[in-house]
Write a protein that binds this ligand. Structure first.
Ligand code: NDP
Length: 254
């Protein structure tokens, strides 16, 4: 299984201090990668690093706001200063506000697009020179099943998650020559802080998710670890530009 090993590789996981990001960070760490947890909340960052340390990983936290170009560039610079290279970037940081389309303010629209989509553009562009210099790299974007279809309460979120798939495909075409693979994971309904809010706000959501998901359960952050390791490892060197649902079958249920 050498093709799945990440020993000596260095990964940044934005939003790696909780939820899906931490689930993927645990997987990357267990496969041998050094992991940079990049998010805003210093206390959550420190707790995540302690957890990754217990897995025997070299983990560090950086306070990063992915909406800010300077912060994204500094994140990459500090990673390269600390570890000497950057092999894997997971663009996971994200947020949501659920409303009817006509009820969003322009500020809310911009906040969602900046956090979920422009962030991945900024971090990927910041990472590109270091990956190219290192002979290649892996960029893993986090979309959503809302990259595939819509729902009444998701206009800016669905725009950001559709956009991240298409942006990633364009980058996959541009950077294939540099041995950089760019892929997207589309999580289904995963139990995290983000969806705890949705379960409270949307009546009947919990039951509807269970009824539509062939696996008959919500996903957990651990369900995303395997796909993250695959897309970060040499096992996926000929896989690029894809968008892979990890949703217990939610998106194929007719
Ligand atoms: P959480 O709310 O649990 O985690 C979101 C993470 O993003 C936190 O670590 C947060 O850290 C970080 N973050 C948010 N804004 C910023 C910012 N401006 N700068 C840096 N970090 C930021 O959500 P999930 O784990 O559920 O979501 C992770 C990703 O998965 C998101 O992109 C989400 O859209 C996507 N997703 C989630 C699904 C689900 O069912 N849970 C389904 C499909 C996609 P901090 O606040 O400390 O900055």
């Amino acid at each position: 299984m050498k093709d799945f090993e990440l020993n000596g590789r260095v990964a940044i996981v934005t939003g790696g201090n909780g939820g899906i990001g931490l689930g993927m960070a645990r997987g990357l760490a267990a496969a041998g990668a050094s992991v940079v947890v990049a998010a805003r909340n210093a206390a959550k960052n420190a707790a995540a690093v302690s957890e990754l340390d217990l897995l025997g990983a070299h983990a560090v936290a950086l306070e990063v706001d992915v909406r800010d170009e300077t912060s994204c560039r500094r994140m990459v610079e500090q990673t390269v200063e600390r570890f000497g290279r950057l092999d894997i970037l997971v663009n996971n940081a994200g947020t949501n506000v659920r409303k009817q389309p006509e009820d969003y303010s322009l500020a809310e629209w911009r906040e969602l697009i900046d956090t979920n989509l422009t962030s991945a553009f900024l971090c990927s562009n910041a990472a590109y020179p270091a990956m190219k210099k290192g002979g290649g790299g892996k960029i893993i974007n986090i979309g959503s099943i809302m990259s595939i279809f819509g729902a009444a309460f998701t206009a800016p979120y669905a725009a950001s998650k559709g956009g991240i798939v298409q942006m990633g495909r364009a980058m996959a075409c541009a950077w294939g020559k540099d041995n950089i693979q760019v892929n997207c994971i589309l999580p289904g309904w995963i139990d995290t802080d983000l969806t705890q809010r949705a379960r409270r706000d949307i009546e009947g959501l919990h039951e509807r998710v269970l009824a539509r998901t062939p696996a008959r359960r919500w996903g957990t952050p651990a369900d995303l670890a395997g796909i993250a390791v695959f897309l970060a490892s040499p096992a996926s060197d000929f896989v690029t530009g894809t968008a892979i649902p990890v949703d217990g079958g939610y998106s194929v249920q007719g």
